[in-house]
Write a protein of this length. Sequence first.
Length: 152
Amino acid sequence: MAVVTMYNFQQYRHIQPPGWTLKWTWAKDEVIWNITGSQTTEQGNCWKFNGDIPHCCKKDPTIIDLLPEIPHNQQIENCCKGGVVNSWGRDPAIAVSSFQISVGSAGTSNKTVRVPKNFTLKAPGPGYTCGPAKLVKPTKFITPTGEELQRL
């Protein structure tokens, strides 16, 4: 299972409520097992999974922002801004909205993971952009139990 953190929507205007939506198309048969800091709009058809059911099985998931009041255990840094992202020109430090997803059926290394395609960022009004996805070196981190993990 790959864990992917998506960062830095580089916006040039202030997004007004109801906020942003982000869409993409998976390269293979990936699914979203878990998501923190945002939400999918539909689960899709997860018929081939027995027992544990993924959060979203859609080939083209739609991700939306969460309200700032959501419980702390559903948040990550820079998430949950109620759809509001400040402009890049005004303050780049806060012109981000982040969320984290655990991806299944994606492979376990940068050699087997395929980058999603057709990213689309929608927000009220014109002027918003979303660059293409790219592979980066895995981040190593230590869990509270001392186990070393890699984040793709």
